[in-house]
Design a protein around this ligand. Structure first.
Ligand code: PHE
Length: 372
């Protein structure tokens, strides 16, 4: 039964105390039952509302109806009661506010989650991984090295003596402010992944078979087939009795794995200071099938109508290179090896039929999404 204000007939102290106690208990119970803002308003109006609130009723029924001699005591009691009721109403307010903020902080597990679109491998990364996997299946391991390299590793230990003209072909980007250092310690952005050949041979004894993917830089203005930053995969195999036949067989196999078994390879003599003999390897253009023409008559651009595309430089490791790591088991009289360096971006371009290298580096999601 909801509390209603009783008429008082007995104004003795115990009777007053009992009536006040009953009223406060009823108010406390109702305060605790408040669940939402509407109930809070109803509770407040019922107890302290100016028109029909319980407090005004108590004023009316208990004070005005009090016999003369009891008025003072009843007044004191009723004032105490009012203070307590006010406190209960106030408390109900605070409790509601706290409940609201707790609710705001609560995690609603029924809400849909935040959608984060899944990214895709960048075509250059994808190509790198595919090619690295081809060599891993042949027993090669993966090595890496620094992009900011010293003159020693990028040039000197690869048999480019200081002032050798072969250095000019690499369009090197040098780090500024290095002039006070001896030349071999000066820093530059590596122009190829070949320095990691030496770095690896310094720490691993033969036999070794490694591939080295990485970023390289050259001072080339960006265009459809050049970029000042590009990617290479270096390869190095050193053992006893490694021959040029091993080099050809390995690279021919790798290209067939990567492009498909129809692809043909061709080796043409070339020059690199760190390999002797050296070669450039070409693959038959699989866009025009080696004919140099597309759709029967249109000139094939990727192979410049030659039917062949150059994909890498390679050769037998020059004995002069082994001299730099002789103490770690690389006696040029006992070991031999081959090395190669391929341009990954070029391979990705060919494999995916992309006609401008710059797409790879512009970060345009519309382009990259196609590889997802
Ligand atoms: N480092 C050479 C280049 O960037 C490629 C190469 C690697 C050639 C290994 C021979 C052996 O052009």
């Amino acid at each position: 039964m909801a509390y209603s204000v009783p008429k008082l007939t007995d104004y003795s102290a115990p009777a007053l105390a009992a009536a006040v106690g009953e009223c406060i208990r009823a108010c406390a119970i109702e305060a605790a039952a408040v669940r939402n803002d509407a109930e809070l308003k109803a509770f407040r109006d019922r107890w302290i509302g100016r028109k029909n609130g319980i407090l005004p009723q108590i004023n009316e029924l208990w004070l005005k109806g009090a016999p003369k001699g009891a008025k003072r005591d009843a007044g004191i009691r009723v004032n105490e009661l009012k203070a307590q009721i006010q406190e209960l109403v106030e408390g109900a307010h605070v409790a509601r506010e706290n409940a609201d903020s707790a609710a705001a902080e609560r995690v609603d597990i029924s809400l849909p989650g935040v959608r984060r679109p899944i990214g895709a491998e960048h075509p250059v990364v994808k190509t790198t991984n595919e090619m690295v996997r081809v060599f891993q299946k042949l027993g090669y391991s993966v090595a890496e090295g620094p992009v900011v390299e010293t003159d020693y590793y990028n040039f000197e230990s690869l048999n480019f003596p200081p002032n050798h003209p072969a250095r000019d072909t690499q369009d090197t980007l040098f780090i500024a402010g290095q002039q006070s250092k001896p030349q071999r310690e000066r820093l530059l952005l590596r122009t190829h992944t070949s320095p990691v050949q030496i770095r690896t041979m310094e720490t691993m004894r033969p036999p070794i078979r490694i591939v080295i993917p990485g970023t390289v830089h050259r001072n080339d203005p960006p265009d459809a087939s050049h970029s000042p930053m590009f990617h290479q995969i270096e390869g190095l195999a050193v053992d006893t009795n490694i021959t040029f036949g091993d080099l050809k067989g390995t690279l021919d196999h790798a290209m067939k794995e990567f492009f498909g078994s129809n692809v043909k390879t061709s080796f043409r003599p070339s020059f690199f200071p760190f390999t002797e003999p050296s070669a450039e390897m070409f693959v038959s253009c699989f866009i025009c099938g080696g004919s140099g023409k597309r759709d029967g008559s249109a000139p094939c651009r990727p192979c410049k109508q030659t039917g062949w595309i150059e994909v890498l430089g390679c050769g037998m490791v020059d004995p002069n290179v082994f001299e730099f790591v002789k103490d770690n088991g690389y006696d040029p009289k006992k070991v031999s090896g081959f090395a190669f360096g391929m341009g990954i971006d070029r391979l990705a371009l060919l494999k995916y039929g992309v006609d401008d290298l710059q797409y790879f580096f512009q970060g345009d999601v519309r382009f990259l999404q196609q590889f997802g």
